[in-house]
Design a protein around this ligand. Structure first.
Ligand code: ADP
Ligand code: MG
Length: 446
């Protein structure tokens, strides 16, 4: 029964029991506002009106209401001040329940442990992630690092999804480092000091804190300090901290020493590029999840030729499927793959071609094109050649075999070797890093 209907019926009943003056003065000015747990809340016009109506007609009202419905056990009269308080309390309670139901991030449901293919490249990090999800606070902090598109974010969401299912009372917070930095800057703007309560409340009330792509914190020294305090606070309270980065702690430039050593004191685990078998398994799994019908040779070709970034692997698989649908084929085959690869290369960099990169490398090192693409083995040529392969792979994402073709039919393992060699040199030799950066910007400028 609606409370307005209950109250109308009560008014009809009360009209016959009290004098018309009393009715008009005290009863008819009451308004029903809520019915909670069997108590009907009525508002009145003043504190005085409240005490009068209760002392004169309290019992009559109670009895009348009970006679109408057994939904009502009691009633309460609120004066205007109490009414405002009542609504304010209601609002706060609502906010609290909203905050509680929202305390979990919306973890991406497709990123689960079940959907994560485990191979040699990631079995340790996978075990660590499961360990954290099963026993938050035990492996602490967990620091995961590795290149782009290797499943780091996937694992964080998988931990989140697992906790949401098995430990729903825990407050789990996933943020990108960028979000953390922005929240901090925002709190500084509003509060103007380090101890701004909203920020602290948000980050220090969690049971599990995950920060993705922490390397960008290196540009923000102030935020590093704040993160250090947040970290300590959570750590001392035995809260789980999980940090993801594209490189190990000691290689994050300008990371304050205290933070670097905090990161290193827990469990540091890298995630590597998956081997061929794992890449095939990932593609098969992806095809199965998305219900893509793709021939084995397509899967093998993609797995063989794209080996650094799983996101890219998935992108090509999706495109192949798209072309198969376009031609209304039951199953995607090598023809669809060929079309997708053309598409892939042109869409990666619209005007950037292998020719242009080769020209830039030749100019930069002052070597001839025929030497660069030829077979000479002296150091003056080998280094630019390897750098050229590296840049083509990075900027154009061509299949390894195609890059081999450009350099006089070299085997794809030679291309892999070149790429590894150059990434090693970039890390250890500033001269090479500068060269690679300069050539890349030359190539994209022209
Ligand atoms: P990162 O955060 O390391 O850059 P992501 O977690 O975003 O990489 O992963 C990129 C894509 O590759 C996602 O779609 C993810 O599901 C997929 N992926 C990565 N590793 C695996 C794996 N081992 N099994 C299944 N899918 C994976
Ligand atoms: Mg990521």
């Amino acid at each position: 029964m609606k409370i307005s209907a209950i109250w109308n019926e009560a008014l009809n009943g009360l009209k016959t029991q009290v004098s018309s003056l009393s009715y008009d003065l005290w009863i008819n000015t009451l308004e029903p506002i809520d019915l909670i747990d069997g108590t009907l809340y009525l508002s009145t016009t003043s504190a005085n009106a409240k005490s009068r109506v209760l002392s004169l007609h309290g019992d009559q009202i109670r009895e009348t209401l009970k006679g109408i419905t057994d939904e009502i056990k009691d009633f309460m009269v609120l004066d205007p001040y109490e009414k405002d308080e009542y609504f304010e309390r209601l609002r706060q309670e609502q906010e609290k329940t909203i905050a509680q139901t929202k305390k979990f991030n919306n973890f991406d449901k497709k990123y689960t442990f079940d959907n994560f293919v485990v191979g040699n490249s990631n079995k340790y990090v996978f075990a660590a992630a499961i360990g954290v999800a099963e026993h938050p606070g035990k492996i602490n902090p967990l620091f995961i690092y590795g290149g782009t598109g290797l499943g780091k974010t996937h694992l964080l969401h998988a931990i989140g999804n697992y906790l949401e299912e098995h430990n729903p009372e825990l407050n789990v917070l996933y943020v990108t480092c960028e979000k953390f930095v922005n929240d901090y800057i925002e709190s500084m703007k509003n509060g103007g000091n380090h101890y701004n309560s909203n920020f602290r409340e948000k980050y220090r009330s969690v049971d599990v804190l995950m920060v993705d792509d922490i390397q960008i914190i290196s540009r923000h020294t102030g935020t590093q300090e704040e993160f250090f305090h947040t970290f300590n606070d959570l750590y001392q309270n035995n809260k789980q901290i999980i940090i993801v980065s594209d490189r190990p702690p000691k290689e994050i430039p300008t990371l304050i020493e205290r933070l670097a050593s905090r990161f290193s004191m827990g469990f540091v685990q890298d995630i590597q590029t998956p081997d061929f078998e794992t890449r095939v398994a990932i593609l098969q799994k992806k095809a199965e999840i998305e219900k893509l019908n793709v021939s084995d040779d397509v899967i093998n070709y993609i797995a063989e030729n794209f080996d650094t970034n799983i996101r890219e692997l998935e992108g090509i698989l999706g495109k192949v499927h798209f072309y198969a649908c376009l031609h209304m084929k039951e199953m995607a085959d090598m023809d669809d793959l060929r079309e997708s690869l053309k598409d892939h290369v042109t869409s990666t960099k619209q005007n950037l071609t292998t020719d242009r990169i080769i020209d830039c490398v030749c100019k930069y090192y002052n070597v001839s094109r025929s030497d660069l693409l030829g077979k000479k083995k002296n150091k003056e040529i080998v280094e630019p050649r390897q750098i050229c392969m590296y840049i083509i792979l990075e900027m154009l994402a061509l299949p390894l075999t195609s890059v081999g073709q450009i350099f006089g039919g070299k085997d794809h393992t030679t291309v892999i070797h070149a790429r590894e060699k150059v990434s090693e040199m970039i890390k250890n030799n500033p001269r090479v890093k500068i060269a690679v950066d300069d050539i890349k910007s030359m190539a994209s400028r022209q």
